[in-house]
Design a protein around this ligand. Structure first.
Ligand SMILES: [Zn+2]
Length: 373
């Protein structure tokens, strides 16, 4: 456009230089118009350039704004990254705290386990102590039982497989009153068979077939003691003179027959019979003065009345274990066949329970009715 306008102007100026005046005016007018157009075109070009520059500037500003925004975004992203880092650090701290808490919990658990172990050890110690105390108590009980048994005359243990009562070490004293009689040899033979010794509180008889038995009692190792000559209660206990007469008759008789001066005595009917009430204390004093010990009893076979052999057996074995110092009353006088019959069973049973048999002598503690029976 500009080049066209410039060419136009150049052509017109050539015409002017070479032309006529009329035409010169028209050309000048035309030239003016062309100049004006040129100026207008130039102005438009300037305006367009300025507008373009402004647009570029606006674009540049826009780009700057965008860059600023981008920078801002980057800053925001950096900040976000920083926040994330902080969060990660916080999470790490939390994790560390959690781990620390876990360690503390583990330590607490360990402490708890140690405490439990200590408690268990304490319980074990207590149990051991309790067991020790029980053992001591058992031992004490055993000692006490042994002492009680010893006090009851029991000093040994039963053989293996033993059944029934056991009184090992306890002594039983079998005594036979009112003999000798035709049954005395049978009693002596039974005692020999079991190799045991007993005591015979004798009465007076001069029957020739019986008289040898006094000596036979002594010869076989048994104890012979005085019972009575007549066994007539009313006569014996009627007075001290009557008593002494009866006593001396049998005492001297036995001494003459056997050579034994008897040291033991048994009251007819027992020391506490109502029949001797009037002179009982006098008799006891008289006996003591003579150095004679009297013996009652604390077990009977019941043959003072009529009993069967089975009754005689049970009267003894059913009641003897409760006696720590048993002295058994039986009779070898006339009509006491069931006594003889029961005797072997009685001996065998008492032996199986650990009894030892012995004869009385002055050193044996006597049983006195009303005092210690
Ligand atoms: Zn008698």
């Amino acid at each position: 456009m500009t080049a066209i306008v410039l060419c136009g102007l150049l052509a017109l100026q050539m015409i002017l230089i070479s032309g006529c005046t009329a035409k010169r005016t028209a050309v000048e007018t035309m030239l003016q118009e062309l100049n004006s157009s040129l100026q207008s075109v130039q102005q438009q070009s300037v305006d367009a350039s300025e507008a373009s520059i402004q647009a570029s500037q606006a674009e540049a500003a826009s780009i700057q704004a965008s860059q600023a925004e981008a920078a801002s975004i980057q800053a925001s992203q950096a900040e976000a990254a920083s926040i994330q880092a902080s969060q990660a650090e916080a999470a790490s701290i939390q994790a560390s705290q959690a781990e620390a808490a876990s360690i503390q919990a583990s330590q607490a658990e360990a402490a708890s386990i140690q405490a439990s172990q200590a408690e268990a050890a304490s319980i074990q110690a207590s149990q051991a102590e309790a067991a020790s105390i029980q053992a001591s108590q058992a031992e004490a009980a055993s000692i006490q039982a042994s002492q009680e048994q010893a006090a009851q005359g029991v000093t040994s243990q039963p053989p293996e497989g033993h059944e029934g009562p056991w009184v090992g070490g306890r002594t039983v004293y079998l005594t036979f009153d009112d003999g000798p009689s035709y049954l005395t040899p049978q009693v002596l033979d039974i005692l020999d068979r079991y190799q045991i010794k007993a005591t015979f509180f004798v009465t007076y008889t001069d029957k020739p077939e019986i008289v040898p038995y006094y000596s036979e009692i002594v010869r076989r190792g048994h104890t012979i003691g005085i019972h009575t000559a007549s066994h007539e209660y009313e006569q014996i206990y009627s007075s001290m003179d009557a008593f002494v007469a009866d006593f001396d008759k049998i005492y001297n008789y036995v001494r003459d027959l056997t050579g034994v001066s008897c040291q033991l005595y048994r009251f007819p009917g027992g020391s506490t019979t109502g029949l001797n009430l009037g002179i009982r204390d006098q008799i006891k004093a008289w006996l003591q003065q003579r150095g004679i010990v009297y013996h009652d009893w604390n077990v009977v076979n019941g043959d003072g009345a009529t009993v069967t052999a089975d009754e005689a057996y049970h009267n003894v074995v059913d009641n003897i274990v409760q006696r720590t110092h048993p002295i058994v009353l039986m009779h070898d006088g006339v009509k006491k066949e069931t006594t003889v019959e029961a005797l072997p069973r009685i001996i065998e049973t008492l032996q199986s329970w650990g009894f030892t048999f012995a004869p009385l002598d002055p050193s044996v503690e006597p049983i006195h009715h009303g005092i210690n029976w």
